[in-house]
Design a protein around this ligand. Sequence first.
Ligand code: NAD
Length: 507
Amino acid sequence: MASGLSSRVISRNITRTIRGPWNFVAGKRCLPVDSSGSMKVIEPASGELLCGVPISGTEEVNRAVGVAKGVFATWSKLSGREGGEKLLRAGQIIRENLEDISRLEVQDTGKPIWEARLDITSCPDALEYYGGLAPCIVGQHVPLPGGSFAMVQKEPLGVIGGVGAWNFPMQTCIWKVAPALACGNTFVYKPSQFTPVTAVTLGEVLADAGVPDGVYNVVQGEGQTGAYLCEHPDVAKLSFTGSVPTGTKVMTAGAQDIKSVTLELGGKSPLIIFPDADVKNAVKATLMANFLSQGQVCSNGTRVFVHRSIAAEFLKQLVTATEKLKIGDPFAEDTTVGATIHEDHARKVLSYVDSARQEGATVLCGGERVLLKGKLAGGWYLSPAVLTDCRDDMKVVQEEVFGSVASVLEFDTEEEAVKRANDTKFGLAGAVFTKDIQRGHRVANAIEAGTVWINTYNLYPTEVPFGGYKQSGIGRENGLTAVDYFTQTRTIYVEMGDVDCGLLYQD
Ligand code: NAD
């Protein structure tokens, strides 16, 4: 069955070319009913126009939310097994079209193909995990005195409004959609204006997997379209991934109707390397923590705290490994660093390197635009930067750069490292490198962050929750925990005896 569905996907040609229309409402690609203009989507690798996407206004958002609301009663009444099977099938379709979908993601994001394959593989992982979990999303029976009892039910919330960032477009979308649908909700998603493509691909995959029309919808647009969605009174919950300033607006919009809100926001995570750490592994983790996806990863460990006694050796190995990274065509198999998402962002990243230099940091390598030839000449390719002589009060150490800039800071004691690691308004992630098992756990427990890795970095299996402390967010995605964020609890109390109202009633 799955391969038949898969060949239908390929026959539509949806996974091979960039093509519109770009909204996906009621089970098909469509134009917005009220477009107020068009967004130019630029291919990061070349700097050339990839596609024009009409911007959805209030009427189109109303239409999409209305469709999702209309089908909610049907979808939410399916058994977990019936709904879950469709998500499992969707996962299978993505696996069978992995290469084509990965290539779409490369066109849209500029990230290297080997990374896009990893990102897209995580999508069926999530669909299969929540598809399998769906029949197990059940309530409780609570025995009470006198034979009475309560049923505690897990109920879907209704229409979920999702808004996403541009760095992991399809993964970000599926991390929201898979658990939301498994819990019986319907969905309207607004992708980032910079990466509109694969959210629509997901619509076609879900439709081919048998998910009823209208359960999952996509409206395209910029911040204003996202705002309309967040403010819509029929949207029961907001699930947002993006920056802290936008997260504040989303939370404010949700507050008007007391909507439940999950926020996955920015970070400035610490990576602490003790003198007993395996230096080669620490270097590998530092590359993973700083240079994946051109450094455009929310959980990146951009504050690299290294014990003073091993700092020189660590920096030597880190710079050697960084200089070996191959900047080039994102579609080339041997490229390790692709294009930055767009010019404005690249200039912002470079400005952080400049400010670090002005504040006294030393740039050991990278931090420059690399001009490629031919079709790639218009792309913004930046060489990954390693900075040393950094201080905690520097702008580059305080603020989220969201680019390939690793700031290396030296420390002397464990207590000092933990204190400095926690000296941030963010709390998304962190890591500790040591061979001392007690220190590893002690430090991991002391880091104020939603995810802490011991002796590795930037791994996110679907099975474990992900999300932030402090200003890095509210709520969690992934794992069993996500079910709590896409359901509400109803308690039904059943009285098996006479009503006991104390002195209120006298025979
Ligand atoms: P952004 O906040 O600029 O935009 C995110 C999304 O919000 C976009 O789709 C945008 O159109 C939309 N938006 C803008 N204004 C809005 C409004 N008023 N109401 C509703 N939606 C609105 O972020 P970005 O530049 O796309 O992404 C980068 C940021 O995302 C970084 O800070 C990064 O750390 C964060 N991020 C976090 C995670 C995580 O899981 N914690 C994952 C990826 C990215």
